[in-house]
Design a protein around this ligand. Structure first.
Ligand code: C2E
Ligand code: CA
Ligand code: CA
Length: 824
């Protein structure tokens, strides 16, 4: 191949530019002419370094050229070299050169490939990367702008980059972050054009900006769309192409970023799409910055808020607590983080309380409640708390507790509520004091003392007398216990004591002491009695409300057991409560369905065995089943249901009484007897009937003064009176003389033992003699055999009652019996 032929071959090479030079360029192929935009003629007159615009590179190339011209042989490779085309377009080339000899002259052969697009893409991607880093790392707006402007300037090799930002106070868009070579005049013209108010005069940049679009000027020399001043100053700064893009914040123009290059067509399609991407990234960074600012403001607000704010994760681990929480609880935030809010648990609330609370939260319901917590020192604090379950954008669940500390109000309220009457702590304070005092390593008893039938006492004696008793009783309790024992009035007639004890025996003697002293307490005047329910801390519960509840359950049982009874809480109590509910349901059912009936048991003259009268005895009849009073009467009396029963049955009793010509006894409950209104209603318009009213000795013994009054009331109606179950109560025989009574019934237990026990025989004898001295007729009950009859006859007992003679029987049977006796 000749040189001629070779060069023709080179000429046809696409992509690869080929250039041969000595001190001047002596050959270029077509590709180079096309890339640089110079004609062959124009290039062949140039020195090889003249196509490089950068001073540095030019100098380097000059040195290499010197060497080559001297004949030094070496290759040189240039990865990216900037060259400028005739029309001032920046181009990037990869170049390979080698020394050659042509016509005895040394020179160089260069192969070059244009890589402008590839490299530019790399630059631009570098810019994007840097912007992304900024978005991630920077929070402050100024840092974001500074760092982005720098990235575009450096990575993009532009001559001038400037961000103009909306000013806070003036709303004007003013150049703020600028790098590169520029004069003041340029910044002024920016300011001017970005803040033009006259809409008709808005240049392309602003029109695009308003439409949230980029503006590209690829050759400022040919641009006619820019207003003159800006164009002039851009050209004065020797910029040939430029790109402007707006940054929006909250849907409003916030900034304009301008990028200028001294080369034409420096912003091609790729650049535009990359800067569009950058625009979104910057907007995102600003949004994020703003969000972070808001978050910081919010956190600041939360931190400084008076209200309590705690945020936990799904597992109730504390993620955040504000300053207020630290102040209220005394814990440092570091001590609380990742702990469960259980650290504040005071023991005030029952497990049931927390159970309900969590049920709601798990059901995504808001919980609003007043919660009593304990701080680091062990002091209680009250929160009016609102707990909000929240599903966060990350899909996880959180709980936010927003609360106000109402301890001050509560304690104030408690102080106001502190029992004025007795000056004892009230229920709330009692609980608070226990919470402070109790520690599970020691044994305490929670004792509730209930004054029995205090309501009725109040009705009978008036509120003043009632208040007086309550005050006195408070003083009375203070005399029994030590100062360190907690005494409180926790209900109308309920007092509570929380005491430390050493052994169960000691505790029993304490309880017995209370009972003994209460029985002999003069202010009670035999009118009132008490019941006591006891539960033990920590054995029965460490939770104070639960503990008190258990004392109350025990108290319920004690009440059923009768006057001056006490009961300790035990697991069987629940069973007993169930039994009582069963009895209660039985009574309610029987009252509703009229299932009560009477049976009658005659009693006889001990000498003639003639029937002198009959006792009326209550039963429940359900279908063919008869239920006897031993399974329900105590409960009915202790709960007051007996009054309901009497209201139904007393008129029936009167009807029977009128139908038969023997006296009938009626058992009246002591509980209904002390309800004056009830008795008056029951006996309204009823008098002068052969009726005997039986009242047990126990009821009398409890209340001798009142019994006297009521006995006189019955006497005035011409009824007879009988003291039942004599010998079981606490009455001394002496006060019998004060009662206008007619009969005395010797309790069944003495009759049972009369044959075997000389002591019981003696008691019965004494009772009969004593009764006769006061003109009382004696009745022995529960006579079951002939021997007992004989003994009782010998002791001069007047009447006898028992299965030996007659068992209780229905009314018809009694009537037949009386009629047949008469006719015989
Ligand atoms: P109470 O007033 O002492 O009545 C006598 C009880 O002794 C009756 O039992 C009677 O059936 C039983 N009894 C009679 N003779 C004998 C005998 O020879 N041997 C034995 N083991 N028992 C005998 P009941 O009817 O079950 O009544 C029990 C208690 O229920 C009564 O004791 C009374 O306190 C109360 N009660 C009965 N009816 C009424 C009523 O209408 N009102 C009130 N408040 N209480 C009533
Ligand atoms: Ca009786
Ligand atoms: Ca009896």
């Amino acid at each position: 191949m000749t040189l001629e032929q070779l060069l023709t071959f080179f000429d046809k090479q696409p992509y690869v530019g080929i250039l041969v030079y000595t001190d001047k360029i002596i050959y270029v192929n077509k590709t180079i002419q096309e890339i640089l935009g110079f004609s062959k003629k124009e290039i062949l007159n140039m020195a090889p370094y003249e196509i490089f615009p950068q001073e540095e590179i030019r100098n380097k190339i000059k040195q290499i050229l010197q060497k080559r011209l001297k004949g030094e042989e070496f290759p040189a490779t240039y990865e990216t070299l900037e060259v400028v085309s005739k029309n001032k377009k920046r181009l990037l080339v990869k170049l390979f050169t080698q020394t050659i000899q042509i016509d005895n002259q040394y020179g160089g052969l260069a192969f070059g490939i244009e890589i402008t697009d590839e490299i530019k893409k790399e630059f631009l991607i570098e810019i994007l990367k840097e912007i992304n880093r900024t978005v991630i790392n920077k929070e402050k707006e100024e840092e974001i702008f500074e760092s982005i402007i720098k990235a575009i300037y450096k990575k993009g090799n532009y001559e001038f980059v400037c961000a103009s930002i909306k000013e806070n106070n003036s709303d004007k868009i003013i150049p703020k972050y600028c790098i590169g070579k520029y004069n003041k005049e340029l910044l002024n013209s920016f300011s001017e054009i970005f803040n033009k108010n006259n809409s008709s005069d808005k240049c392309l940049i602003m029109q695009n900006t308003l439409n949230n679009k980029l503006t590209v000027f690829n050759d400022l020399n040919k641009s006619s769309l820019l207003n003159n001043k800006l164009l002039t100053s851009l050209l004065n700064n020797s910029f040939k192409s430029a790109l402007f893009f707006p940054i929006y914040k909250n849907n409003k123009i916030y900034a304009i970023i301008g990028i200028c290059s001294k080369y034409v067509e420096d912003f091609d399609k790729i650049s535009v799409s990359i800067f569009e991407e950058a625009k979104h990234d910057i907007e995102f960074a600003l949004k994020k910055s703003e969000n972070i600012t808001y978050l910081k403001l919010l956190q600041e607000a939360l931190d400084k808020a008076y209200s309590w704010v705690v945020i936990t994760d799904e597992n109730a681990q504390i993620l955040y607590a504000n300053k207020s929480v630290e102040e209220i609880t005394g814990y440092k935030l570091t001590e609380l983080l990742s702990k469960n809010p259980k650290v504040f648990k005071s023991g005030y609330h029952s497990d049931e309380f927390y159970k309900k609370f969590w049920e709601k939260l798990l059901n995504n319901e808001i919980v609003e409640t007043i919660i009593v917590n304990k701080d680091k020192k062990g002091e209680l604090f009250y929160l009016k708390d609102k707990i909000v379950p929240i599903k966060a954008p990350n899909g996880k669940k959180y709980y936010i507790s927003l609360a106000v500390d109402i301890t001050h109000e509560k304690t104030l309220q408690n102080k106001l509520k502190k029992d004025i009457l007795t000056n004892l702590p009230n229920r709330n304070e009692f609980i608070n004091l226990i919470l402070k005092k109790a520690s599970p390593d020691e044994s305490f008893a929670c004792i509730i003392i209930d004054i029995k039938d205090f309501k009725i006492f109040n009705q009978l004696n008036g509120n003043n007398a009632g208040d007086y008793i309550l005050r006195k009783f408070a003083e009375f309790l203070k005399t029994i216990f030590y100062e360190e024992d907690l005494i409180a009035r926790i209900g109308g007639d309920e007092f509570a004591v929380f005491i430390k004890y050493d052994s169960i025996n000691d505790l029993h003697s304490i309880i017995n002491k209370i009972i003994y002293k209460a029985k002999n307490y003069e202010e009670f005047h035999n009118k009132l009695s008490i019941n006591i329910g006891i539960s033990l801390y920590p054995k029965d519960s460490e939770n104070i409300t639960e503990l008190i509840e258990k004392s109350y359950l025990a108290l319920e049982i004690a009440k059923q057991k009768g006057d001056f009874s006490y009961e300790f809480f035990n697991q069987k109590i629940n069973q007993k409560i169930i039994e009582y509910t069963d009895i209660k349901n039985l009574l309610l059912h029987s009252i509703k369905h009229n299932e009560f009936i009477y049976h009658f048991q005659p009693y006889v003259n001990s000498n003639t065995f003639e029937i002198e009268g009959a006792e009326t005895l209550l039963r429940i009849k359900q279908k063919n089943k008869i239920i006897y009073p031993n399974s329900f009467i105590d409960f009915a009396e202790n709960t007051g249901y007996i009054k309901e029963i009497e209201k139904i049955m007393f008129p029936k009793f009167i009807k029977f009484l009128l139908e038969i010509n023997i006296p009938l006894s009626f058992n009246i409950s002591g509980k209904s007897l002390i309800d004056e209104e009830h008795i008056k209603n029951l006996f309204h318009n009823i008098e002068d009937l052969p009726m005997i009213i039986e009242l047990t000795e126990r009821e009398i013994a409890g209340n001798i003064e009142y019994t006297k009054e009521i006995f006189n009331f019955f006497k005035s109606k011409n009824f007879k009176l009988s003291i039942d179950d004599f010998g079981t109560g606490y009455s001394s025989l002496t006060y019998l003389k004060d009662l206008p009574s007619d009969f005395l019934k010797i309790d069944i237990t003495f009759i049972k033992n009369i044959e075997k026990s000389d002591k019981d025989l003696a008691i019965v004898e004494t009772i009969i003699n004593f009764a006769h001295r006061f003109g009382l007729t004696t009745i022995a009950e529960g006579v079951e055999n002939k021997n007992q009859v004989k003994i009782l006859q010998s002791l001069n007992c007047d009447y006898l009652q028992g299965y030996y003679f007659y068992k209780p029987m229905p009314f018809e049977k009694l009537k037949n019996l009386i009629n047949s006796n008469k006719s015989s």
